[in-house]
Design a protein around this ligand. Structure first.
Ligand code: SF4
Length: 472
């Protein structure tokens, strides 16, 4: 068997499965970059991997069970490789690792190491340590689930901007809100904001490498309170205004926000900073004040709709996205109807909706007034039908308009490109014959695209001809 040692001279294969949110996508990229100096290259085939990392998420239903079932599949692949004289190391990272580290080691001894969202920068050192232990014939079981966030960003390699013109930048992590259904405060820890200089430096470097759009990430991104160069505390609004001054950066987005942190300063940014895109993901979870109180959301439905009104006054074309949980413990028909009414009143461009499922260790999981599955399913179907209709209408309303689209990658068909509208819609762009003779727009450019068709989840557009193509 090949002993598990890393080294720059050896090329080893790394497979990372990412579950859940955009923060995990960002973390996965950072882990791949952190392993590169040790000779690891990313593969899409787990069966060929020397190192498999499951970057897990604890938000969705039966999250831990899905991870165990994936570990079972990976174990079979590992066993095949071992019969061929090769090995495979298995790491569980992310929020399930954080929440259930000991349990994972107990239930799945094939896992070599467990690390949390705040310790993934230590992955290379852990893999080296595990390799050394293997070579000595010792057990590898390593676990690191501390909450040392400050180290993480300082020690991670700098993100590369060579993955397309749009990039994520984590600016904030953790949450102090303790919604009664959510594990984030337990798995990601208390709120932490990266200093302004570090964020600006990362964005400038990405722009130098061709990035034109950044999405600022945080579990509670609008609670951002990073230290500014003068020692003061910067809000998210101030950070966005600073970043908007970077030449070459054309678009700024941020996610995920909490209504309580949607202050006047940030609302004003939507009206005053052109680079701040007219799209906002602002979860409410329920339209019923009774359920919002039980969820410990610390806001009412009225506060939410008031914020939406002020945002739309500042930026009338703002497209909204939200999150909804149906069947929260104690949810009655009238509570659900309040959610439906709120959705009708607000009107969403898109939204995410889920049946409530208990997360071990959260207060709501202990509530005895659990809603029967059949009721949850019925409510979810009704809500999704309404949200689906709204999304369809929102997309249909853009047909006939010309929107600035950031071209992000090649499409599936010859000559087709795929991009994003300011409202986060995916746009499949065909380059019209009439534009031949024009230099073809490249990936990374923002071009005016005439929207000629709409599907529930995407738009179809064409680039205007030579005569009528204005500068983007
Ligand atoms: S604000 Fe968001 S991340 Fe924080 S506890 Fe509530 S749902 Fe979880």
């Amino acid at each position: 068997m090949v002993p598990f040692r890393t080294g720059e001279q050896m090329k080893r294969k790394l497979y990372i499965k990412t579950y859940g949110c955009q923060m995990n996508v960002y973390d996965t990229e950072r882990m791949a970059e952190a392993m590169a100096p040790d000779g690891y290259v990313v593969t899409e085939q787990p069966e060929n991997a020397d190192l498999v990392v499951l970057n897990t998420c604890h938000i969705r239903e039966k999250a831990a069970e899905k991870v165990y079932s994936d570990i079972g599949r990976i174990r079979a692949m590992k066993s095949t490789r071992q019969k061929q004289g090769q090995d495979m190391m298995i790491a569980v990272a992310g929020c399930v690792g954080q929440a259930e580290g000991q349990e994972i080691m107990r239930r799945a001894p094939v896992v070599d190491m467990v690390l949390g969202p705040q310790t993934y920068h230590r992955l290379p050192a852990m893999v080296r340590e595990a390799g050394d232990r293997q070579a000595r014939g010792q057990k590898t079981h390593l676990m690191d689930v501390e909450f040392a966030i400050e180290d993480k960003f300082a020690e991670l390699p700098r993100p590369r901007g060579d993955k397309g013109p749009a990039a994520f930048v984590t600016i904030q992590e953790g949450c102090d809100k303790f919604c009664s259904f959510c594990v984030v405060p337990y798995t990601r820890g208390a709120e932490y904001s990266r200093p302004v200089d570090r964020v600006s430096e990362e964005v400038r470097r990405l722009v130098d490498e061709g990035v034109v759009e950044v999405t600022l990430l945080g579990q509670n991104v609008n609670a951002y309170h990073g230290e500014a160069a003068d020692g003061s505390t910067s809000s998210l609004a101030r950070l966005i205004r600073n970043l908007a001054e970077i030449n070459g950066l054309e678009r700024i987005r941020y996610t995920t926000s909490h209504p309580r942190d949607m202050d006047d300063e940030l609302i004003a940014v939507h009206g005053e900073v052109d680079k701040c895109m007219p799209y906002l993901h602002l979860p409410i979870q329920s339209g019923s004040d009774r359920i919002l109180a039980a969820m410990n959301r610390k806001h009412t439905a009225d506060l939410y709709t008031d914020i939406i009104g002020r945002l739309r006054a500042a930026r009338p074309d703002l497209a909204l996205s939200g999150d909804f949980i149906v069947g929260f413990p104690g949810e009655m028909d009238e509570d659900f109807e309040a959610t439906m009414q709120l959705v009708r009143d607000v009107g969403y461009a898109q939204a995410y909706s889920f049946k409530y499922s208990p997360r071990p260790g959260t207060p709501a999981a202990e509530d005895e007034a659990q809603v029967p599955e059949a009721v949850k399913a019925e409510r979810l179907a009704a809500l999704q039908a309404l949200l689906g209709e709204q999304q369809k209408r929102f997309n249909a309303d853009t047909v006939g308009r010309t929107l600035p689209v950031l071209l992000e990658k090649a499409g599936r068909h010859e000559g087709q490109l795929v991009g994003r509208s300011p409202y986060m819609q995916a746009v499949h762009v065909t380059i019209d014959d009439a534009s031949s003779g024009n230099p073809k727009p490249g990936i990374g450019s923002i071009v005016p695209v005439e929207i000629v068709g709409a599907a529930p989840h995407s738009l179809e557009g064409r680039i205007k001809g030579a005569a009528d193509r204005p500068a983007a």
